[in-house]
Write a protein that binds this ligand. Structure first.
Ligand SMILES: Cc1cc2nc3c(=O)[nH]c(=O)nc-3n(C[C@H](O)[C@H](O)[C@H](O)COP(=O)(O)O)c2cc1C
Length: 187
């Protein structure tokens, strides 16, 4: 099963080689996302590709400002998880990756949120097949980034996916066992 190998091999990548993949590879991956199912077939998504260093710099600056506030406050399970992995407010991948794909959902449609995240799932596997790495980075306050790129009111930023050739030694994280996540007939 090809898709099983892709899913098993895919892992989050937060560091990238400096040289840029051709733009048509990024478009190829988005062609896959375009095939995702959606409520009412509304296709409530928009993909903004940013490679301009100035815009990437502005996005990074905005996100890191919000991340600083977030990291001062975050506690509980998420706080511990982040600390264990030494994640902090710095997000160098936002300016170092050759491309950022900003994925927006169009909120006037029913099931827009479920649909846009399905498309993101498709995109993740397509990038893997093309030998490209990414992270589904979710900024603490997406509205601030929406302002940077002048997004229309109806477009809601879901994730910023930095894309490039992977250079992240991070291992693949363990998955729960099949028996843990599946039950038959009753829970
Ligand atoms: C909805 C969602 C939000 C995420 N947000 C972030 C994020 O803001 N920053 C980050 O570094 N990784 C983020 N991730 C990546 C996860 O941390 C990562 O997928 C998870 O730890 C499993 O690792 P793997 O993708 O390498 O298997 C997010 C993933 C998802 C699906």
């Amino acid at each position: 099963m090809h898709i099983l190998n892709l899913a098993r091999n895919r892992k989050t990548v937060r560091a990238f080689l400096p040289h840029s993949p051709p733009e048509n590879l990024v478009l190829k991956a988005i062609e896959v996302a375009r095939e995702a199912p959606s409520g009412m077939n509304a296709q409530p998504w928009h993909f903004l590709i940013v490679s301009n260093p100035e815009t990437k710099g502005k996005i990074r600056e905005t996100c890191e400002r919000m991340e600083k506030e977030f990291h001062e406050k975050v506690g509980g399970e998420l706080g511990n998880w982040l600390k264990e992995r030494k994640f902090n407010w710095q997000k160098p991948f936002l300016s170092e990756a050759p491309y950022l794909i900003l994925v927006f959902g169009i909120r006037r449609y029913p099931y827009w949120l479920q649909s846009v995240w399905l498309a993101i799932g498709y995109l993740l596997l397509a990038l893997e097949e093309l030998g490209l790495g990414t992270v589904t980075y979710t900024p603490p306050n997406p509205r601030e980034v929406e302002k940077v790129v002048n997004a229309p009111e109806d477009l809601k930023l879901q994730t910023i996916m930095p894309v490039g050739y992977p250079a992240d030694p991070k291992p693949k994280y363990e998955r729960k066992k099949l028996e843990e996540i599946v039950s038959f007939e009753s829970i």
